[in-house]
Design a protein around this ligand. Structure first.
Ligand SMILES: *Cc1c(COP(=O)(O)O)cnc(C)c1O
Length: 393
């Protein structure tokens, strides 16, 4: 065995501008943070509503620690199903208007567990080309046939559906808000096709919960399709400000997953404090629509400014705003220049996004101040000129 392969791989990544390193964030997640010892404005968190450091979430967690302790002790099926889990799941089902809900320890584990338990050999899964890595890994592990359709291309999807008779089960799986592009899946069309071709539909609402829909319930609410979606998955780690994930659906679906989803069965339940904080986060999303309004006001303000600068925000329709750069090294250089000026926007590079589509990915939060957004615009404009970037449309 060539023992230098680890170092060789790292050197290769470094040369291609693709090496990743961890940066230390000291203190809580907020609009302004300390990264590697430097105070910067935070434009790369998924903490859309600013709840990750909300005193009420923290208090809910602390109280639950006093009531139920720290660890959940075992798999939920063995002796780890606690009051906090039960309450959170009841709330999720009520909030999403489904018969029942089930939580998983992370969104990654939820997708892997849901997909591998429901689908396998002899089944076929239609998956948007830009779906999250956890969906792709779930599909690969399931051993079902995977058909990846071009991003949001409903004509191509229909062609694939037409050309795929004879499978035991069929399902279309899609992110509702795409995490690196910030655009929204055409759920209405997807549901129509699913009906026409007798397919199930599974959605991943990770970036939509708390962000989209009149009451913040996500894209399913935005499109008014609650009755039509078979499997509604989402995370509690983004707008909810906590940690973990859920799936909402029928009583039978949840009982099935409790019995079959290996990433639910063979893992320890969430700490009760985290479940309690998630419940509080959902309650705040319900009770404080003004947070969502502020998020969208900020998003619209920033987008307008970016458009006035002539910057290409790709297809963004949400608080996830990519600035297309193309070259990975250039994206890094851009991100470093912004950092020097007190702005933290990460460069997103392959393999997270397709080759030659490196980008800066800005995420807007409800707790950004207008002056934060204006400062970002000002610095982007200066750096864009300095680097003569091909950012312009
Ligand atoms: C973040 C994310 C996940 C993973 O959720 P975690 O709880 O962080 O593991 C899954 N799907 C999508 C679309 C995501 O953006």
């Amino acid at each position: 065995m060539n023992k230098t392969f680890i170092q060789d791989t790292l050197s290769d990544l470094q040369e291609r501008g693709l090496k990743r390193t961890l940066r230390l964030l000291e203190g809580p997640q907020d609009r302004s943070i300390i990264i590697n010892g430097k105070k910067v404005l935070n434009f790369c968190s998924n903490n859309y509503l600013g709840l990750a450091n909300d005193p009420r979430l923290k208090q809910a967690a602390i109280e639950r620690i006093h009531q139920e302790g720290l660890g959940s002790g075992a798999s939920r099926l063995v002796c780890g199903h606690m009051t906090a889990h039960q309450r959170l799941e009841e709330k999720l089902a009520q909030f999403k208007g489904t018969e029942r809900a089930l939580t998983f320890s992370t969104g990654y584990m939820a997708n892997v567990g849901i997909i591998t338990s429901l689908f396998g050999r002899g089944d076929i899964i239609f998956s948007d080309r830009l779906n999250h890595a956890s969906i792709i890994d779930g599909i690969l592990l399931s051993q079902a046939e995977m058909k990846r359709y071009p991003h949001k291309d409903m004509i191509a999807l229909e062609e694939m559906l037409k050309a795929s008779p004879g499978y035991k089960k069929k399902v279309i799986i899609t992110d509702t808000v795409f995490s690196m592009d910030g655009d929204i899946a055409p759920l209405d069309h997807i549901v129509e096709l699913a009906k026409k071709y007798d397919c199930l539909v599974m959605v991943d609402e990770a970036h939509a919960l708390g962000v989209l829909g009149k009451n913040g319930k996500g894209a399913v609410e935005h499109f008014d399709l609650a009755k039509e979606i078979d499997i509604q998955m989402g995370t509690l780690s983004k707008a909810v400000g906590s940690f973990g994930a859920y799936v909402c659906g029928s009583q039978a679906l949840i009982e099935f997953l409790i019995n079959k989803a290996r990433s639910f069965i063979y893992t320890t339940g969430l700490p009760p404090s985290i479940a309690a904080a998630s419940l509080k986060g959902i309650e705040i999303i319900e009770q404080e629509p003004e947070r969502r309004k502020k998020l969208w006001d900020n998003t619209n303000h920033l987008k307008q400014g970016l458009n006035e600068l002539g910057l290409d925000t790709l297809a963004s329709q949400t608080p996830i705003i990519p600035l297309g750069v193309g070259d990975a090294n250039l994206a890094l250089e851009f991100s470093e220049k912004l950092f020097e000026r007190g702005i933290f926007v990460s460069a997103i590079r392959p393999p997270t996004v397709p080759h030659h589509t490196a980008r800066l990915r800005i995420t807007v939060m409800a707790n950004h101040l207008k002056s934060d957004l204006d400062y970002l615009l000002e610095q982007l404009s200066k750096i864009g000129n300095d680097l003569c970037l091909s950012l312009r449309r």
